[in-house]
Structures are given as C-alpha cells and as structure tokens.
Design a protein. Structure first.
Lengths: 303, 303
C-alpha cells in the first residue's frame, strides 16, 4: 500500500443538527470526517479516529467514496460519539444540546506504521494530550497544523501550550484567540500566539474569512460568500483539511503557498456548508473547486 | 471660486463618546464632518450641513484645515445637534444614550449655486426626504451615493425607496440590508437592492470589510486591520467620503474604478478609528494613505 501524504486525527461523530429550516438526525460528522473528506480532493489522506460498533456501514462507504485511507480508523465495542446542537437564525451561533462521548471517551490515537512517516499532520480538535500523543508517533513531520477550541483553553492550558510550541501552525476562531491570549485585537492575539512558537496562526472568523499571521506579516483570507447556508457544521474542519491537503502537494512552504492553500480551504469549506454532513462534498469534483476558486480570486482581485 | 467635485450632505454633531478606555465630551462629529474630511484628501469637497451658533470656532478651523468648501454650511440660531453613545467592549456595538436634534430638527439642505453642477454627490445619513430635496437641486450628477440607516427603513420606507431608485449606489450595513430586504443572506440582500434601481450596493460589515455588488458580480472589500481601535464613530462616513473623493478623480466609473476607490475608503476609515473625532485624519497625509493602501493590497494579494 502507498504511504499517505497527510495524517488527520480528530473525532468521528453521529450528529443531530437543527437549523431554522430543518432537522437531521444521526448524520455523519466529527472533525476528522470533514477534514479527511476535504483533504481527499488533493492528497492521500490517512484517518485516525474511533467509531463504535453501531457505526453505519453506509458511512464507511462514504469514507471509501472519498478514497480516505482507513487503516488508522479504530472500531471499538460500544456506541459512536454523538453530538447534537441547534443553530440560531443567523446560522453562525449554535447551542450544544447534548454530547455523549461513548467510545470517544477512551480514544487513544495510534498511528499505523505507514502513517508515521507522513510529512503533513493535521491535529484536529481533540484534547491537547491526545494531540501530543500523535505528535510523539510521527517521525519526520514537515508541517503540523493543530486546531483547538475553547474547552481545551479552559481546562488544559499546559498541554495546549506544549502543542502550540511544537506545531507549525495553530488554527482557532476569533473568540478562542481572544480567550487564549486575553487580547481583544485580533492582530494582537496573533502576535502573542506567534510568540508561543508556531510560524503561522490562522484566526477563523466564519463567514468573514480568516486572518493569517506569519513571521513576515498579515494576510486577509476571504470566505466565499455562499447563496444558501444549509448547515455550517464542519466548515472549520473542511477548511483545515483542504488547506493541508493542498499544501502537501506544493514543493515549498512559504507565505505564498500557505495563502494559496488557504484559499482552497475557503472554497471547500464554502461548499461544505451548502448541505448537511458530507452531502455536498460527496457531489464535489475538482472542476467545481477550480471554478469557485477562480470566482473567489476574481472577487478579491481589486485595486 | 472654483467649483466643487463632490457635494456631501449630512449631519454635524457635537458627540459625547464613551469607550471602555476613555470618555470624550462634545467632540466634533456628524456624518458630513467625517465624510468631508475623508474626501478632502482627494477632491474639492463642498459641505452641506447645519450647525448652531454654539459651534466652536476651533471646529470651523478644523474644517478649514482640511480645505473643505464651507459655502453650504448653514449656521442657525440655537444649539448644534448633540449625540452621545457608549461602545461595548468589542468596540463594535454601541448604545445611544441621548440625541438632541436642536438646529438639525429643522435642517433644510440648500445647495449654493456653485454646488448644483457638482458631478459627484454623497447623500450622507439624513432623512430620505431631505436626501430627495438635495437630489432635486443637482443639475447633472454623474454618480450619487446614498447612505442610510435602520431608522429610515423603519419610519420612511416610501421616500427611501424613491432615493434608492434614483441613486447610483446605496451604502448600508449588514443589519440594515437584512432589515430593508427581509433576507438573511447578504448576497440575496444585495441582489434585491440592485433590483430596486442602483448600479451598485455596498453592504458594510465594520471590521470585516464590505460586500460590493454590481450588475456583473460581487467583490469582497477588505477592512484594514488596525492595531488599536480607539473610537469607531464615523468609520462608515469616512469610508464613503474617501470613496467618493477618490472616485471623483477617476476618468470612468466601472467595477474596477469603484473597487479601487473603495479600497481608499477602507484605508481612510481605518485611520479614522485610531483616534476620537477627526483627530487622526487631521494628522494624515497622502503618503500615509498610499503606504497603508499598499499594505492592504499586499494582504489580499494571495493565491
């Protein structure tokens, strides 16, 4: 079997999602599902995650449809992680209704030997301790991106600091960046995080795009404005996955290749929100990605 | 005396502003003050507004410092319009504490003869009836931009519709666009507004930039991320003023010149929020504008 270009670790979930318009029960979700599917358009992607014995075979077929390498997927006796949430009318803010960790509670990410030499690693949003455990298994990473969330900033500051010190890029949303740094201004937040170690920090602002900070400056990464947001779940994971997948196919890593790969992240994320679960990504092809990328570039080619 | 390139109508106010860090009393404000000051870096700008006999001479000097043409400024017996408000910690949302219309209550904008042939007209945020009264006095406008706000959408829908029908561009913020069109999605909002008549609509999103819609497509106008927002008051007016000032110096009006002029709007607005009142704009020069414009362009020159 071929090696993988990119290893992604994160959660696998069965999500119950309610929006103003619709409710969907037990659909395929979780950060690793979205990120791997998004990355698969660009790179050979290995998944590291855990599902329960109740995980529907059709969802395994969905992973296979994307050509995701599943050697790192663990199937454990018990129920799959479940999350349910409801979106406000603005389709941005959401409230968690319930979280059942199930088999995810004892998740210990183990990388198959074939994954350990992967040059690109995406540490999806799981506890920083587990992210560190993954880092300890990769032998020669070229670029590691860690995603995180408010929960870990609040309860696991020390291991999170260690993660931040050891990765090349940290991705988090604006509220989380403010929480982590105790700064209001996003440029100030980004500077503080760069001081902690990484070469890049991406502060995600949902429909407003993202702010990228590097050692040499700031960049404004646009979000593609979609006509109809059906379900925003997983947009950040799809953004990170497509970014890492695309970046892994570039020769070098510098501000230019990082920015360009982030544009791909924006584009794939914008498709992702057009339907529940992976439904839109399942219908996506490289031509549609290229077309929307061109449209997005035209929208910012001004002045 | 020379003719003016641009006529701006709007409010003149003495503002009392409170932020998390500071409180400033009776500082020079009002939409026409910000817009004219911003426009003055690019164009011969005529002000149409009203102040009371209590209007401090130093504020007249401030207008003169910018080289604003003041023939259209009325001084009426009584007190100047006063507004006071307090910003939340996010420096975006604000609450009005008090509004005293004073001489502004009976404001009737009359254009000096020299202004009536001005090719560019900025209808700042005043009642749509007054905006129409200004429109009735200009003889051959080449490009008219109208700004508006939620108040007029709520209480003066019919005259506002007439304004929208008759101008080349409407500017409003995201919440107002949703209120006006009863649509949630901003692209949808923009399409509806274009259907009402204008060639362009700019939906302002504060620190997140703006969405421009034209007959041929959408553009993402970035905001320049500033290090320290001291007072956001007047940012939208400075944005519109600098835009119109710059546009009036271009040969043609098309998507390219409009986008380019909007970038100037972003840049001048970003300076404006770095201090209270017109304090930062008073220290500004063309070189600083050019430098920041170059920096902003570099931040979006990606992919």
């Amino acid at each position: 079997m071929q090696d993988v270009d990119l290893v992604v670790v994160g959660s696998i979930g069965l999500d119950t999602i309610e929006t103003k318009y619709e409710r969907q029960e037990d659909v395929l979700g979780g950060s690793v599902s979205y990120a791997c599917a998004a990355a698969s358009f660009f790179a050979r992607t290995g998944m590291v995650g855990v599902a329960g014995t109740d995980f529907p075979e059709e969802f395994m077929d969905c992973y296979r449809h994307f050509g995701i390498d599943l050697e790192g997927l663990q199937l454990q006796e018990g129920s799959t992680f479940r999350w349910s949430g409801v979106y406000e009318d603005d389709m941005i803010n959401r409230r968690t209704l319930s979280t059942c960790l199930n088999v995810f509670a004892d998740f210990m990410p183990e990388l198959p030997v074939r994954y350990q030499s992967a040059p690109y690693v995406l540490l999806g949003n799981i506890s920083p301790e587990l992210q560190l455990h993954v880092l300890s298994q990769v032998t020669a990473p070229k670029f590691v991106l860690a995603d995180t969330m408010d929960l870990w900033i609040n309860i696991a500051d020390e291991p999170l600091q260690e993660v931040i010190r050891r990765v090349n890029m940290l991705a988090l949303n604006d509220g989380e960046a403010r929480l982590l740094t105790q700064e209001q201004n996003l440029k100030g937040c980004a500077r503080r995080i760069l001081d902690m170690g990484p070469d890049y920090v991406v502060i995600k602002k949902g429909e407003h795009g993202a702010l990228l900070a590097s050692r040499s400056g700031f960049y404004l990464i646009p979000a593609f404005p979609v006509d109809d947001v059906v379900d925003p779940t997983g947009a950040g994971d799809a953004f990170a996955g497509a970014f890492m997948g695309r970046l892994s196919q570039q020769d070098g890593i510098d501000d230019k290749t990082v920015c360009e790969a982030l544009l791909y992240g924006s584009v794939v994320a914008s498709f992702n929100v057009e339907a529940f679960s992976l439904n839109r990504l399942e219908l996506l092809d490289k031509q549609a990605i290229a077309d929307r990328l061109a449209a997005l570039k035209a929208m910012i080619r001004i002045g």
